[in-house]
Design a protein around this ligand. Sequence first.
Ligand code: ANZ
Ligand code: ZN
Length: 817
Amino acid sequence: AAQYDKVQAQEKWQAFWEEDETFKPLDDGSRERRYVLDMFPYPSGDLHMGHAEAYAMGDVVARYWRLRGYDVLHPIGWDSFGLPAENAAIRADAHPATWTYNNIETQARSFKRYGLSLDWSRRLHTSDEDYYRWTQWLFNRFYERGLAYRKDSFVNWCPKDQTVLANEQVVDGACERCKTPVTKRKLNQWYFKITDYAQELLDDMSQLEGGWPDHVLAMQRNWIGRSEGAHVDFRVEGRQAPITVFTTRPDTLFGATFMVVAPDGELAQELVTDECRPAFEEYLEQVKRTTEIQRQSTENEKTGVWLGVHATNPVNGEQVPIWAADYVLADYGTGAIMAVPAHDQRDLDFARKFDLPVRTVLDVDGTDPAQTGVATVGDGAYMNSGLLDGLSDKAAGVARIIEQLEADQMGTGTVQFRLRDWLLSRQRFWGCPIPVIHCPSCGEVPVPDDQLPVRLPDLRGAALAPKGTSPLASATDWVNVPCPSCGEDARRDTDTMDTFVDSSWYFFRYCSPGYTEGPFDPQDVRNWMPVAQYVGGVEHAILHLLYMRFFSKVLRDMGLVDFDEPMLRLLNQGQVINQGRAMSKSLGNGVDLGKQIDEFGVDAVRLTMVFAGPPEDDIDWAEMSPASSLKFLQRAYRLAADVTSPLTVDFADGDAQLRKATHKAIAEITTLLDSGRFNVAVARTMELVNATRKTIDGQAGPADPAVREAVMFVAQSLSVVAPYVAEEMWEVLGLQPSVANSAWPEADLSLTVDDTVTMVVQIQGKIRAKLEVAADISEDEAVEMALADAGVQRSLDGRGVAKVIARLPKMLSIVPQ
Ligand code: ANZ
Ligand code: ZN
């Protein structure tokens, strides 16, 4: 029997698609445009099983939409700056570019072999000069808008990588990349002011509901962390300005018996008396050694020191002591809190440890926290609370006290976000240089746009080894430059940008690759964006997806784009695991993608990925059988080889039963692919293959016109998953190449209706209606149809249904109430 030769087919069609530029969009407005985007890869070695799954899913969408007649943009590029390249370069005494671009070439070859429907002409690398030039240009725009600024602060420091980390890159107190426990360091660093957009990043998620997975939206909502509450001012004797605290429970103000400030904030330094300073300094050293996670843990034994000063509680004039303790964070709220031990567990633990007063101001459940050691929270009847006594509802209490504080000018209602500004300075080499020059006279001066890019100097090998300062500082010729504004001797900024900056705008660049007047042509972006489908791993649920949303909003405010949200739909594909666990070197359970492809072919590997389950679910490769996928593909191919009817045949003359199966399959698979249920679509294709085989081997035979119609659709439907075999089938059918250029058929619904039967509807023994219904009608459907009938309605005369007796599909009897 005829066989499809997988290796030969792969080579043949890969060459054809490339030569034909099959996947280059027309971009002329003749068809509706759709942009399908895969998160671009990091060039770490060759492609692996995880890539294979993610890109298979994106390709299903891209190929399907092409068949549906859209002009599809499906680009590829590389996120090619980053630490692994730099570390490899130190080890190999080479330049990071060597490792980077070698890996990119390897991956590019693998992508092509994997049969992805990509437009290679738009390929980009974020480490290319003509890309990072525009990253710097964007930095300048952010700077002009006050959205890029420098400040001194304690930052997360990875002692191993010798670089700062954003909060998002600290996982369980350790460096996300190398797992080394993170410490704190005070540095002057660049930040992007993402907090200006906190409310909008939250609000605009309403535009993403339904298009993005709920759990991703929940994670973003959490990360942004909006809290409603109040700022309350506490006066300190001898100090001009009051200390302002942020609290979500201003209604518990009468129970505030002490204050706590962050030990590593400026306030503590300023407030501490000379007497208390030695103990404080010692405590501060201890705090710097603790990780963020330990600090925030509620389990932790409370620690702290008194600063030697008091403040005045604004509602009752009481003097309360001010402490420094590490459970208060310097960079949340105002870095200072009013402690209400009766109603906040952390404050209560602290009060009991240091013997501070506990005053209950809310009766929640009759218990007394001072006795039980358990803080009571939530709504309760106010007590010892002056103007609040008599109220018993939190919302009312909060509103009442804010009203009073505002009247007395001692506080205001406010909203606080957990989201911090985005720390973007990195003391590493292989990244985009921050385009700023520091001048003794002019201060910080952005490098003028016409002098961009600020190219990386040529450093390699040992020169890149981590020293705690940026490697760029050692390139003195590069560092020392005249000030662009006054000409005096000045120094370049020696930090590079977080690589998440690079990946926050790459999808815009794809719309107009090679554009030289700006990062992108606004008209091209208007044409293609927002992205109709974004595909990538859930590990980016916070970082990348929040940053790129932020960038898009800034670009919108600059007038460069005209939408709020750049990605309308998001698919997080699952992971490929093996024997129940993530693949890892130490477990030795890795599966090599190249070997799988050599053995079973690209189509079988892709089919296995897609058929395994819903795209969002993990795939355990140990439970998969690419061999049976290959067998199925051979079976599908043989259908095409068996067809004997001429090209010009009239399908209308075909076998009715197979036609019905085909058109049912068209209708269902269309709906399934539209709704992202790719695995079920494959299952339906398999059913159609079986039905077609039966017809070929049965009375109708291989010359029946319905067989040709069915096999054509099998090829089209398979082409979104297993493109090589589909092209071979299309060719064997005598059709013009390629199936990727063919038009998705429309289901003829008249062919799919099932046989109908007359159903009699009786009410109290009298026939009230006769309805044409499907032979396999369900009781629910039958009742629904009956109740919709005018005769039945008249007879029921407003009465409900007490009971139905069904002998379907012929008879339905209704007993009214
Ligand atoms: C008094 C109080 C009484 C509080 C009470 C809570 C309960 P969220 O919801 O996370 O915004 N807080 C404020 N700034 C802080 C900081 N920098 N470090 C640690 N804790 C801080 O939490 C806000 C609450 O966390 C604030 O409300 C404050 O404690 C504390 F019965 O103020 B509350
Ligand atoms: Zn100057």
